[in-house]
Structures are given as C-alpha cells and as structure tokens.
Design a protein around this ligand. Structure first.
Ligand code: OSB
Ligand code: MG
Length: 375
C-alpha cells in the first residue's frame, strides 16, 4: 500500500533517558542508560503519531550520535517536510538528494511519517508496509559477559523463556571459549550466531575460521563498520555465512555486497538505512535473490520496537530478529500494552490496530524528557 500524501503541521523532538535493566556491552562500548530521541508528528487534521530515532549516545556503532542526529533532524531535515504536503514513500529520495549521510536522523523522521500515515488511513503500520505475518520470531542479543560461565547462565534462562535464536556478542579474547561453552552446555541444535561489531581484521582469519567448528547460523559484521571489500576477501575462507549490519546503509550497498560476495545474510535495521522506503527496497531486492534478512535492533523503547515489529512482518524476514519483549530492556516501558513474547519466542504483530499498535504513555514521557524542540 502506498500511503496517501498529507499536510505535516508540526514535529516535536524529545530526548528521554531510560535506564537499561542490565548494562549492554558490545566490542566498542557499554550502554547503561539509553538516551532515546522520540519524534512526535502532527498533521493538519490534528492527527498525531510517535516515532523514534535510533542513534546512540556516542558514535561507536556508526558515525551518528544522539547529538548529531538531533542537529540534523531539527536544523536540516525537519524544514524539508514541515508545513508541506508529504508523501511518506517519497521522503527517502528527498532526504537522500538533499543531505549526505545522517541515515539515523533521516530514518527517525521518515518512519514516523509512515506511522502517521497508518493512523490517518486507519490501518496497522504492518499492513501499510505490506506485512503478512501474524507473529514474528524473536532472538536475544546478549552483550559481552565477564566469563563463559556467566554467558552459559544467561543463555539457559533465555532458552527457558522461549527465545528462538541466541546471538552472542564477541571480541578478541571473548570469542572461542564463550561459543564453545554455550555449545557444550546446550548442544549443536540451538540456533546460535555471533556479532563482532567490527572487532576483527583480516589478520584474525585464523580465529574466525575456528568459529566454523560451531555450526553458527552466521557471523555478524566481523570487520570494519564501513567495509565490503575485506568482507569479500573473508567470506570465501569461511563456511559460516557472514551477515552484514553496519556496512549496509542503503540498497546500493546491499547490491555491492552481492556483487562482491561480501556476505550472505543482511540484518536490516530501518533506522540505520534511513527508514522504511530504503528497508523495503533492500527487502524486495534480497527476496528476489533468495538472500535471507532479519530485523536488528538498537535497544529501542516500545515505540521504536513497534516499527521494527511491523517491518519484520514482511515475507523475506525469515530469520528471528533482535526484537525482544519490553522486559528484556526496561523496568517500565513507555507504551501500553508493553511488548510481550510467548513461550514459543513469538511476538504478535498488531495487525488489527490502527497505527503503530501501542498507546504511548505521554505523561511518563513528559516526566522523562530532558530536552525538546518543536519545528
Ligand atoms: O550490532 O546489532 C547490533 C545494540 C546496539 C548497537 C548495535 C547492536 C545492538 C544489538 C541489540 O545487538 C539488539 C537489540 O536491540 O536487542
Ligand atoms: Mg550488529
């Protein structure tokens, strides 16, 4: 469904701080309190929608941060759409032609336009995007742990909760013994993968080859955050498929991955690729080639999660996503109902509710807001 154009009257950005229930460590840094950018939009009929920008406090995942995205959204991008008639499916190209980079800033605004369009049209966001699944499979992304034993303890409780995929964050010195410990404790049939967030180089091929022994579904982004050529040199040396995350910022980068043979799976995070139009293009391209994709996460609040769940309901999202229920991240989420996972590790897609499918706790957001700006 292509969303109909509408007149955008107002954008309000807010920054809130939400403490994570446990610190989340990746190779490049640890998050304990998530600085979250929320987007609220209102159209000329007074209809509103909430969305989320996914940039982190520091530019240690990609080159964006909460502060650069705030600046890009408020100063450069919002003026291109506020007070104008906008067609959500055309805003990706508008932003792309006008400004280089800043994908997370662009994505935060572009996705919220889709959320607002779904409200206006009285359909669920998932249906508006072309989603077909009633429920989406859920995997857990486990931050780097202090010891293999501690990791095994965590995996045990996550498997008991029903998670359908175990993703272990790794870095040099925190890799082979950790993966081996999980395999020895739970056997080879547990669907398992690792995510290195750029912690290795081609000098580490020997270690990466050792990972082949563990029958992992994939190795996510072992090399540099913006690399394709070295991943293409690495992939033929491994049996395990490489999945690219950071390196895929738009359709053309997915095409380059295929041309070069730099990977066999893509983690699509709509925020990282500048929104839904870009995500849909990558989805359709990979679907035609039989390349599986799954929906990644950026420790989103229940608002950003709604957008990820909607996207993950599309047909080529064939692998469980990093879409955990609210309680994995937050003592108290900012939406109701909170996101729940059933015992089979599935999250229901709100296909029959209009818009993003959850109600936003605006009073709580008011209390959590540390700054805001209205354009
Ligand atoms: O690389 O997928 C990643 C979180 C922050 C930054 C990067 C990544 C992640 C995750 C979290 O793996 C997944 C989630 O939101 O559950
Ligand atoms: Mg990743």
């Amino acid at each position: 469904m292509t969303p109909a154009p509408f007149h955008l009257k107002r954008i309000t950005l807010r920054e809130i701080h939400l403490p994570l229930v446990e610190p989340f460590a990746i190779s490049s840094g640890t998050e304990t309190v998530r600085r979250i950018t929320l987007v609220e939009m209102e159209d000329s009929d007074g209809i509103t929608a909430w969305g989320e920008g996914v940039a982190a406090a520091l530019p240690n995942y990609n080159s964006e941060s909460v502060d650069t995205a705030w600046m890009a959204m408020s100063q450069w991008l919002a003026p291109l759409i506020v007070g104008k008639t906008v067609a959500p499916a055309e805003v990706y190209d508008l932003f792309h032609k006008a400004m280089r980079g800043h994908e997370m800033a662009k994505g935060g605004l572009e996705m919220t336009l889709w959320g607002l369009a779904a409200m206006r049209q009285g359909v669920s966001l998932a249906k508006l995007l072309g989603g077909t699944r009633e429920e989406v499979g859920t995997g857990i992304s486990i931050g780097i742990q202090p010891s293999p034993d501690k990791l095994v303890e965590k995996v045990e409780s996550y498997l008991a909760q029903g998670y359908r995929k175990i993703k272990v964050k790794i870095k040099p010195g925190f890799d082979i013994p950790y993966v081996r410990a999980v395999r020895e404790a739970f056997g080879d049939r547990v669907p398992m993968m690792v995510d290195a967030n750029n912690a290795y180089t081609l000098d580490d091929v020997a270690v990466l080859k050792q990972l082949d022994a563990f029958g992992l579904i994939m190795i996510e982004q072992p090399l540099e955050w913006d690399d394709l050529v070295r991943h293409a040199a690495l992939q033929p040396q491994l049996q395990t498929p490489i999945c690219l995350d950071e390196s895929i910022t738009k359709l053309e980068r997915a095409q380059d991955m295929v041309t070069l043979g730099a990977g066999r799976i893509i983690n699509i995070k709509p925020g990282r690729v500048a929104g839904f139009t870009s995500s849909l293009r990558i989805h359709d391209y990979t679907q035609a080639l039989g390349i599986p994709v799954w929906c990644g996460g950026m420790l989103e609040s229940g608002i950003g999660r709604a957008y990820n769940v909607a996207l993950a309901s599309l047909p080529n999202f064939t692998l469980p996503g990093d879409i955990s229920p609210s309680r994995r991240y937050w003592a108290q989420d900012i939406v109701s109902p909170v996101w729940e996972m059933n015992d089979d590790g599935m999250i229901a897609v709100p296909l029959r509710t209009q818009g993003i499918g959850v109600t936003v706790d605006t009073a709580r957001i008011d209390n959590l807001t540390v700054r805001s700006v209205t354009i």
